[in-house]
Design a protein around this ligand. Structure first.
Ligand code: IPE
Ligand code: IPE
Ligand code: MG
Ligand code: MG
Length: 296
């Protein structure tokens, strides 16, 4: 127990340091609110800076370090990942999708700026992500990774199946397809992109690929558990909504307790994959534990 406590505290400090660095970069890369069209730029900044764990950028930076990189080369990729992720959240919350009012502890973008502006803020963040990658060393390689994880074979495809599955009978293969695509692929891309930014070799990239795939899936299983067990105050978004909308989740499939065990097992598998990497892998191991033990 003391060991676990120590790891949790340590990783919280690591995460808050990285988070601060990522926020400085995002502030630099996002257009100023004063720039025309001011309301659109305000909406982009509102969703980016209203909270958020910055997990994907942190995974990208930690993966870069595990591959022996300094983290500097990975910062553009880290910022791009957060822009793209935030776009998926804005669109996920729209009335035509999950129709949610609360995100990152604040009213959702469409509640504050209206639906058309929320769509445009999402579009703009998605586009900005690739503008940033185009400026990075290895930009084409990084853009390929992000595009593959976000399009119809990634997040958008997962979101399509997630909406289509509402109200259907829980089905293991379908839940896995949805979770892998709507969530795990982007998290896996974050890990791969960190490695690529650091010039990782093939064996190291394979390790990050497997690690990212396992924690990516574990992350969404943990999100399902939190939707069933947490409070809006702690989580910063609606709870109980998966059951109300009859979403296809791990909890609907196997219940909360078993879903927790499944997620913990995936974190173990992720940690076991962290071999053949020349740099420090402790942060990645602690992040895997954080992902399944988190309360937000
Ligand atoms: C929420 O992701 C959306 C899912 C993929 C489950 P996060 O839990 O990482 O959200 P933020 O970025 O911290 O708000
Ligand atoms: C998250 O799906 C995946 C994306 C936003 C792409 P959910 O709809 O399950 O996540 P929350 O609970 O709204 O964050
Ligand atoms: Mg959704
Ligand atoms: Mg949602």
């Amino acid at each position: 127990m003391p060991d676990k406590l120590f790891i949790m505290l340590d990783i919280k400090r690591y995460m808050s340091e990285k988070r601060a660095q990522v926020d400085v970069a995002l502030d630099r890369y996002l257009p100023a609110e004063t720039e025309r069209p001011s309301t659109l730029h305000k909406a982009m900044r509102y969703s980016i800076f209203c909270g958020g764990k910055r997990l994907r950028p942190i995974l990208c930076l930690a993966s870069s370090e595990s591959a022996g990189g300094s983290g500097d080369a990975a910062m553009l990729a880290a910022a791009a990942l957060e822009c793209l992720h935030t776009y998926t959240l804005i669109h996920d919350d729209l009335p035509s999708m999950d129709n949610d009012d609360l995100r990152r502890g604040q009213p959702t973008s469409h509640k504050v700026f209206g639906e058309a502006n929320a769509i445009l803020a999402g579009d703009s963040l998605l586009t900005l992500a690739f503008e940033l990658l185009a400026q990075a060393p290895q930009g084409a390689r990084l853009a390929l990774e992000l595009a593959r994880s976000a399009g119809s074979r990634g997040v958008a495809g997962g979101q399509f199946e997630d909406l289509a599955a509402e109200g259907k009978k829980p089905d293991t293969a379908l839940v896995e397809f949805i979770h892998v695509h709507k969530t795990a692929k982007l998290i896996q891309a974050a890990c791969r992109m960190g490695g690529i930014a650091a010039g990782v070799n093939e064996a190291g990239l394979a390790a990050l690929d497997r690690y990212g795939e396992r924690i990516g899936l574990a992350f969404q299983v943990a999100d399902d558990v939190l939707n069933a067990t947490s409070t809006p105050e702690t989580l910063g978004k609606a709870v109980g909504s998966d059951a109300i909308r009859e979403k296809m989740t791990y909890v609907s499939l196997v219940g909360v307790e078993q879903a927790r065990r499944v997620a913990a097992g995936m974190a173990d598998e992720a940690i076991a994959a962290l071999t053949h990497l020349p740099g420090a892998t402790e942060p990645l191991a602690a992040l895997a534990r954080f992902i399944v033990d988190r309360d937000m």
